[in-house]
Write a protein that binds this ligand. Structure first.
Ligand code: FAD
Ligand code: FMN
Length: 794
């Protein structure tokens, strides 16, 4: 096969070497515009996992790389005069220059033609005369731009500025230095890559960068570094450098751009490495991804030798896309964490260290415990000591928590879940068994579904209410069971369906109007939820007052029924939520317009309930932190919403997202709503003493421990996971060998407490699997991603 490769970076060179090694008949030419030793940057990092794949693919390259490696296990976090070390990470790094030299040498040995200092010919001409064109032409790929209509690139410029430098200070670990400067927080990412040098990247939010007086250097020639900035960085980082030198190599300020493409294939042209996708350097994955791409492409071409190039490229993309998407998700979480670094400046250094270690959400409490049990034990002890009465160390999810004046035995909540199983709004035996079994299952707090304040405030005819004596009595029976038979507390979620009412049971057609017997729906404005939905009637001031009275009556009934906590449902597009969102509230009276005006009615309802709800019992509010719509609510608005409810006396904010408009475009994934809880906790929760609840695709005890210990939330609500396993909390305790407070098995169940012989509640986690380990010459690595949960819900 005749193969043209554009770009002699890690992706292009490694692909060419592997393809040629697999089939010496291939005629491969690489065009590289730079000279052989003319490259930017300093060191590149590989994890042990990546190296497994590289070792099996080409032992020669691997051995040559291994001779160069600086290896270390520790990550040091330097923050406010403290240093925390987490061990067992298994990294290797080497100079980018040496890596390229090794790959170049291997290409030469195998007979790959490399044309240095040569601009690649027009890609269309190459595509016409070669069987395959591999565009490994980097982050600014001209090929990607040329075929943009097919590749559908999306380039997302982020909000931090960074500069890649080197130093002759040889770090003994991967280093994070957090610098608290008058301009704001900056961070250094440093790691050794030889016995003489380290990579030294300084990064900061663009606002901090501007306040610090940095500017883009004008008129730099290609290859020139921004010496003026570097001189200032020498001063700024003098404490870190301790007299050592900073070295520049084509070093200048860069704004990281995340590259994503709809496809990586255009006829016989394929994008590889940074040309196809980028991942923020804070998870050290750019070169790793580029080389894994190369490995997979070479293997797919080899395996599909009898098939067409198009088929081989399709197989390649099918294999790599989920892996790249998963890495990009982790990289995105990590880069957003650094963009928002300022919000963690007030955290205790212990919490900060754990937080930074778990920032991508891929590294977790359990991962860290395996790597360095002492580090995690120290964190558990600090967390226990930081609790109100100084507790015994235990997995963080089992630390008790006080929300307002309500004591919860642990940090797990059964999230509100509508069961659509009531008749005439009366909760029956089904609800007793459903909620009772969850309470027996060990959660600290069990929430009812959205309980409606009037018949027309129901979502479906199967929804429960608390507007009749019979309903109240039935709820009293359920609350009584929970209090009499378990250690759990029980909360009621009160809501009104608004424009999303009068619809079918979930399993008969979610959000679809009833086939018959519809009731009139209402909302802030006459805007239907979907084209099929009823158009709601815009509520008058008198009707708003009436609905507020219904909420108050429901709250009084809930207090009499014995609920411990009341949550006001201001999320998911139901009545109160639809007042908050500019997409659903177009009123021109005092309840519409600015955010303050849109907040007015939900706050009036909140205040009216708070006035009758027993003072010692907490009230929480569930909000949708984003509408997942460009014109809708986003986190900056939600911060103000959370602040308003906190100032009106909310004891907790339960942070969900979306379901406000049907045109939403949510980004689902593991614990995908947690960053919103994180921001609300660190900006509002800690300031007002308000508890923050994270919810959404949190399904492992490991994630719960990580979220709580990192300070991303105070409590975690789990929905579907509890439908799968009502005893989830007790099982989580058993699997962590924990038998202390907060995990008490009901006496009648005690015989079942022994640790199960096999199995975990938290399902398979992403891990690297060497699918062809040991198979000579064609082995390559592949991620097997864990299940990505999509949201359902109401
Ligand atoms: C500050 C910073 C720190 C980083 N840290 C790490 C790290 O620690 N670990 C890690 O794994 N990765 C890291 N990376 C990322 C890493 O450098 C890239 O992800 C990696 O180099 C991608 O390899 P590539 O072959 O796809 O692209 P590149 O390395 O960019 O190679 C593309 C090549 O194509 C050539 N080229 C482009 N157009 C043409 C043309 N028209 N004609 C001829 N030649 C052309 C270029 O000259 C270049 O040599 C970092 C990146 C930055 C910016
Ligand atoms: C069957 C079902 C019913 C739900 N009903 C409600 C509800 O009544 N009120 C509410 O606020 N959220 C409701 N939700 C959303 C959940 O409380 C939770 O926020 C969502 O399922 C995401 O969490 P999970 O990934 O742990 O399931 C419901 C979810 C499900 C699956």
């Amino acid at each position: 096969m005749r193969i043209a490769v554009l770009g002699g970076g890690p992706a292009g060179l490694y692909f060419a070497a592997l393809a040629k090694q697999l089939d010496a008949r291939h005629d491969i030419t690489i065009w590289e515009r730079n000279a052989a030793d003319d490259t930017f940057g300093f060191g590149v990092v590989f994890s042990d996992e990546t190296l497994g794949g590289i070792e099996h693919a080409d032992v020669e390259i691997f051995h040559a790389m291994r001779r160069e490696f600086a290896r270390w296990d520790d990550i040091d976090v330097h923050f406010r005069g403290t240093t925390f070390t987490s061990g067992g990470h298994g990294f290797a790094a080497m100079s980018r220059k040496r890596l390229l030299a090794i790959l170049q040498a291997r290409c030469a040995e195998l007979g790959v033609r490399v044309l240095f200092r040569t601009e690649a010919p027009d890609v269309a001409a190459l595509a016409a005369s070669y069987d395959l064109v591999v565009a490994a032409d980097g982050g600014n790929s001209l090929t990607r731009a040329k075929y943009a209509a097919t590749f559908g690139p999306n380039l997302e410029r982020r909000r931090c500025k960074y500069i890649w430098l080197g130093t002759d200070l040889v770090f003994d670990a991967f280093k994070f230095y957090i610098l608290d400067t008058p301009a704001g927080i900056m961070q250094v990412h440093g790691y050794p890559y030889s016995d003489r040098a380290s990579t030294f990247i300084l990064e900061m939010h663009e606002d901090v960068w501007r306040r610090a007086g940095f500017t883009e250097a004008a008129g730099l020639m290609p290859g020139q570094s921004d010496e003026q900035s570097i001189e200032r960085i020498r001063d700024l980082c003098g404490g870190v450098l301790g007299g050592h030198e900073l070295v520049a190599n084509n070093s200048r300020w860069v704004t990281f751009t995340t590259v994503r493409c709809q496809t990586w294939r255009h006829e016989n042209v394929v994008l590889l490495g940074d040309a196809a996708h980028t991942a923020h350097f804070s998870i050290g994955s750019g070169t790793k991804l580029a080389m894994e791409d190369a490995l997979a492409l070479a293997a797919c071409l080899h395996e599909q030798a009898g098939a067409s190039v198009a088929e081989a490229l399709a197989a390649y993309e099918a294999e790599r896309r989920p892996v790249v998407a998963s890495t990009q998700r982790a990289a995105q979480a990590s880069l957003e964490w650094f963009e928002n670094l300022g919000q963690y400046a007030g955290q205790d250094p212990h919490q900060f260290a754990f937080n930074i270690m778990t920032r991508s959400r891929r590294v977790t409490y359990d991962n860290l415990r395996l790597r360095d049990p002492e580090f995690v034990a120290g964190m558990d002890e600090w967390f226990a000591a930081s609790q109100e009465d100084g507790r015994e160390a235990c997995p963080p999810m089992f630390q008790p928590f006080r929300i307002g004046r309500l004591e919860l035995a642990n940090r797990v909540i059964v999230s509100p879940m509508d069961m659509y199983s009531a008749s005439d709004g009366v909760p029956g035996d089904f609800h007793l068994v459903h909620l009772g079994s969850k309470a027996l299952g060990g959660a600290g707090l069990v929430m009812t579904e959205m309980v409606c304040v009037s018949p027309t405030g129901r979502i479906t005819p199967g929804c429960t209410g608390i507007y009749s004596a019979e309903q109240e009595e039935s709820w009293r029976r359920i609350a009584g069971f929970v209090h009499g038979q378990t250690d759990a507390k029980i909360g009621i979620q009160l809501g009104h369906s608004g424009r999303k009412g009068s619809t079918r049971l979930m399993w008969e057609g979610m959000d679809a109007p009833l086939p018959e017997g519809n009731w009139e729906v209402c909302g802030p404005s006459a805007l239907p939820y979907t084209a099929q939905s009823q158009t709601p009637r815009e509520l008058t001031a008198a009707e708003l007052a009436e609905i507020k009275d219904q909420f108050v009556a429901a709250a009084r009934a809930a207090a009499r029924a014995g609920f411990d906590l009341l949550e006001l449902h201001c999320a998911h597009g139901y009545l109160l939520s639809s007042f908050l969102s500019p997409l659903t509230n177009r009123r021109t009276d005092r309840y519409g317009g600015s955010l303050a005006a849109r907040l007015r009615y939900p706050l009036e309802v909140f205040d009216a309930i708070r006035a009758v709800w027993p003072e010692e019992r907490p009230m929480t509010v569930r909000i949708s932190a984003t509408d997942w719509h460009p014109d809708g609510l986003e986190i900056d608005d939600t911060i103000e919403i959370a602040r308003a409810f906190a100032e009106h006396g909310a004891a907790g904010i339960d942070v969900s997202t979306g379901q406000v408009v049907s045109e939403e475009k949510p980004a689902f994934g593991r614990s995908y709503q947690t960053p919103y809880a994180d921001r609300i906790r660190n900006e509002i929760g800690t300031k007002y003493g308000v508890a923050v609840v994270a919810v959404g695709a949190i399904s492992s005890y490991d994630d719960v421990n990580s979220i709580i210990l990192a300070g991303r939330a105070d409590l975690c609500a789990l929905g579907r996971t509890h439908l799968y396993d009502p005893q989830w909390t007790l099982h989580a305790a058993a699997e962590q060998d924990y038998t202390g407070p907060g995990a008490a098995w009901p006496d009648p169940f005690a015989a079942g407490r022994r640790r199960p012989a096999a199995g975990r509640t938290d399902g398979p986690r992403p891990r690297l699997e060497l699918i062809r380990a040991g198979a000579p010459r064609t082995a390559h690595a592949r991620w097997r991603p864990g299940p990505v949960m999509t949201d359902s819900a109401s």
